[in-house]
Design a protein around this ligand. Structure first.
Ligand SMILES: [Zn+2]
Length: 404
């Protein structure tokens, strides 16, 4: 099997150099797998391929549907049962309108704009054809308005669950995925923040779908976040390594080799998660990075990172006792003190088990909340503890709780 695989790869390289891979590989191109990810503003369908395909995506009306024509490819992925409860996609049908042509028809429930691109193999992922069904602004607006209603509270914390969708992040020895741990802790943290008077959380990722790094920055800025916490879990080969670490952005470079490697790994999220080629480096983020030194949010981020370490230390081991620095794209909002927290090592089986447990996830979320509060207090943005407690009691009496 290995030999056959290698032969195909070689053939692709060889024929690809003559620019006729689609034609010459007749019969050997296969759609091996398919996945679906539902985001609030789009639905993403990903097809795993054993080579680059010749394809075309277009839209047909009455009824509304998106058609994907792929030349000389065999469908081996099971599409039945792929679409369950999706707000956009009703079903995917397929057929062969003519010889050598596979047609996938996506029946959609509302008018969408299709976007598609082919991703080259990387980080253990094969060739992938990505088809995004982008919802029209009008339809998504409802969710934005609901969060704007809650925006009357004073302090906003952007909670960013690392990875998602196509990008699982690190995977533990018992197959626990970083993207699931980060989302679980993020949701618990958001819940804890929203329970505090005068504070609200904005979840940058709400489900199992991918959000490009620059988009995460944009979402935090749009929400006018006062701080941003990006949640991750690290992995190394050595399974005994454990402990949390906290990172802030560095405009100059990494504090050391480990930090540099980690930033490289976390920044590759875009390539794995599926950002259209050429879109990976957002000029906005680069510009912001250059501008950062003039602002004091880096100093604030450092204080926030200190608080994070102080509070996480109370519930578990710490890998590095001081904050480290590197060029993490997701920390690039100039006016928002932002930190990236690696909760622990998912590569350590014991820590992996803890990261999966709801009790420990809650403990971590509480530590992150307390660290944020402590930072905000030091900044004079929150009342000191004693006064806050007495004020809080008065507030509860007079404030009507939001219904949503
Ligand atoms: Zn990560």
């Amino acid at each position: 099997m290995k030999i056959i695989k290698r032969f195909i790869v070689l053939q692709i390289i060889f024929l690809g150099s003559f620019g006729c891979s689609g034609l010459a590989l007749a019969g050997s191109l296969v759609i091996q797998d398919a996945r679906l990810w539902t985001a609030p503003d789009h639905t993403r369908v990903v097809f795993d391929l054993n080579g680059p395909v010749d394809y075309r995506v277009f839209r047909l009306k009455s009824p509304e549907r998106i058609v994907v024509d792929i030349r000389k490819v065999t469908l081996r992925a099971k599409l039945d049962g792929l679409v369950r409860q999706d707000p956009v996609l009703a079903a995917i049908r397929y057929g062969t309108p003519r010889k050598g042509m596979l047609r996938l028809v996506m029946d959609v429930k509302e008018s969408v704009r299709p976007r598609s691109f082919l991703l080259k193999p990387m980080h253990g992922k094969p060739y992938r054809l990505v088809v995004d069904l982008i919802r029209q602004k009008r339809q998504v607006r409802a969710t934005v308005t609901a969060s704007q209603v809650r925006a009357r509270k004073q302090i906003t914390i952007a909670v960013d669950a690392g990875h998602g969708g196509e990008d699982p992040g690190a995977i533990g020895p018992h197959h626990v995925k970083e993207k699931d741990v980060t989302l679980a802790v993020a949701k618990r943290l958001a819940h804890a923040i929203n329970a505090q008077p005068g504070m609200r959380a904005v979840l940058i990722r709400k489900g199992d779908y991918f959000v490009p790094l620059s988009r995460r920055v944009q979402l935090a800025r749009k929400a006018k976040a006062d701080i941003m916490i990006s949640i991750h879990a690290d992995a190394v080969k050595k399974r005994t390594v454990s402990g949390a670490s906290v990172y802030t952005l560095s405009e100059k470079g990494a504090s050391d080799h480990v930090a540099a490697m980690l930033a490289k790994k976390e920044n590759s999220s875009d390539a794995i998660g599926g950002v259209r080629p050429g879109e990976v480096q957002d000029p906005l983020v680069s510009r912001i990075l250059a501008d950062l030194i003039k602002r004091d949010s880096l100093n604030s981020a450092e204080l926030l990172a200190d608080e994070m370490l102080k509070h996480i230390r109370r519930i578990g081991p710490i890998k590095y006792s001081v904050p480290k620095h590197a060029r993490f794209v997701v920390l690039g909002a100039p006016e928002i003190p932002s930190v990236l927290v690696e909760l622990d090592y998912i590569s350590n089986p014991k820590r992996e088990r803890l990261l999966r447990s709801s009790k420990h996830q809650q403990r971590l979320a509480t530590a992150l909340l307390q660290a944020s509060e402590s930072f905000l207090r030091r900044q004079g943005r929150l009342l000191p503890l004693k006064r806050a407690a007495s004020k809080r009691r008065v507030k509860i009496k007079t404030t009507r709780l939001p219904t949503s």
